[in-house]
Each structure stands twice: as C-alpha cells, then as structure tokens.
Design a protein around this ligand. Structure first.
Ligand SMILES: [Zn+2]
Length: 282
C-alpha cells in the first residue's frame, strides 16, 4: 500500500508528464472513485483546463488545473491500496482496471488512473486533505509537535503514528521501520514514550521517509512493465529488491534482525500487521 514516499516519487514523475497539457476528455469507468461527484460533474470541471502543478499532501495527490477563463480546478487523488497512475501513448490499450481516463489532446496521449481493488479516489473533495496533520518532512513537524501528539494518549505508539490527523503520510510500513530505528517498541503506550525517545522517533520518521524517497527516485518507473509507463514504484521491476534491501523489519517475520540477529516478530495491532525486533525495541 503506497505511503508518503511512494506518493512523492509518483508526484515527481507525474508533474513533468502533465504540466501544461490540456485536458480534452474525461472518461470515468469506475464511478465509485469520483464520488460524491458524478462522471459528468468531474468532466465538466476538468475538460478544457490545463494542468498547472501536481502537489502532494500526506498520501494524497493534488492536481491543480486552470480553465481558459482563469478559474482554478483542484482534483484530489488517492491511490488507495492498489492504485496506479499511468501516462499512456496513443495506441497502447488501456489497462484492465482503468478507472479514470483523461485525454491529453490531439496526439492521443492519455493519463490513466488504474485501480484493481477500487479503494482509490479521484474527485473534487478537499475535506480529507484539510483534516490532515503536519507533513513529517516539513519544518512544522518538530519533536515538540510529536511529543504533544503522544502525550496523554493511551494508544500504542504504532497505532497513534497511523493517525493521519497527528502526522500525515506515515502508514504501516514506515511506522514499523521508524520505531525499529528509534529502538522503541510499537506496543508502548504513547504517553509513556520518554522525551529522549520522542526525539529519536522524530528523527527516525524523517530519515526513513527521506531515504525511501531518495531510493525510489532512482528507479526507472517510465520504462517499467514493458514500456507501459507505469508510475508507481511499488509496482515496477526492481521495486521488490528495493523493499527487501531497504526495509529492516517490515515483512521480515522470522528472519534475523539486521542489528542483533533476533528473529523479527509479526504482531497485529488495530487489525494491521506490525513487525518488530524484540531484542532491539523496548
Ligand atoms: Zn534486533
């Protein structure tokens, strides 16, 4: 499931591929993804406009467009669990699970949102973005902000980190990785995390995200999957090596800890898998 780094890498690929392109058509093949708008409403808002920028907030992509009359349009995209975004040249068939297909003009290029499991979204609603907590890689996210968010909470620290109103973009993979790097048990009650540990955790969150963005940016997404131009590094050739080499605890149950050799444990918290080293994380 894509988290902040995967979405940021995707954003960096999409922006140059889309900016200044004029939208000539919008076809919605899976209406669920554009709710509460209808296909006709989304099409009316977008057709005729040009892409100005592709931004990101947490795990959301923010597509900014402008109509010829100067009116701004913003579409909020979310990959859900399996979403992928593709720029397809003319003549290349649509992927089987194409959900939204945006025509980019006379050369026949299309921008396609594909979603096998249909948990993604692509609509005009900005509410979910407004409810997000601070961006973990921006200045506003300080150790003091993290300390305040943990203080007084009886939730396990790993569960608390997944709360997008506390800090945005951290999901299951990078929460596990950051807690390992900080030497902190995911089971610890948030309010019992000591000051020095908060500082380590704050630094660890930023490091794991920054490193994943950096590494993900080196993968050749454009040429992936036989030149289909699949943009999303969780899905490209080389990505599985990337995850195996970079991740120290996530999805490594039973394998030796890279630091102390203790077998990595998998536990379930709030119905999600957590991976930890019982030797290194207290
Ligand atoms: Zn260990």
């Amino acid at each position: 499931m894509p988290e902040l780094p995967e979405v940021e890498v995707l954003r960096r690929h999409l922006e140059p591929a889309l900016v200044s392109r004029r939208i000539t058509s919008v076809d919605v093949l899976l209406p669920k993804l554009v709710r509460p708008q209808t296909a006709a409403e989304l099409s009316r808002a977008m057709v005729g406009s040009r892409f100005e920028s592709v931004g990101r907030r947490g795990k959301y992509l923010l597509f900014q467009m402008r109509q010829a009359d100067g009116q701004g349009v913003q579409v909020v995209g979310h990959l859900g669990m399996t979403g992928r975004m593709v720029r397809l040249p003319a003549g290349v068939p649509l992927p089987r699970h194409a959900a939204v297909v945006i025509g980019l003009g006379e050369d026949g290029d299309r921008f396609v949102f594909e979603d096998v499991r249909r948990f993604g979204r692509f609509n005009l609603e900005t509410g979910p973005v407004e409810a997000l907590g601070p961006e973990p890689l921006e200045e506003a996210f300080t150790a003091a902000v993290l300390a305040a968010a943990l203080a007084g909470s009886t939730q396990a620290v790993k569960v608390r980190l997944l709360d997008q109103s506390m800090v945005s973009g951290v999901g299951n993979i990078y929460a596990s990785e950051a807690l390992f790097r900080a030497g902190l048990s995911p089971r610890r009650a948030s309010r019992r995390v000591k000051r020095a540990e908060v500082i380590r955790l704050h630094q660890a969150i930023r490091e794991v995200l920054q490193e994943a963005i950096h590494e993900g940016s080196t993968l050749p997404l454009d040429s992936a999957a036989g030149g289909e131009g699949l943009f999303y590094y969780g899905a490209v050739e080389g990505a599985s090596d990337f995850y195996q080499e970079r991740l120290r605890v996530y999805d490594r149950a039973g394998r030796p800890c890279v630091a102390c050799g203790t077998p990595i444990q998998r536990i379930v918290q709030a119905a999600r898998s957590t991976f930890l080293c019982p030797g290194c994380q207290r």
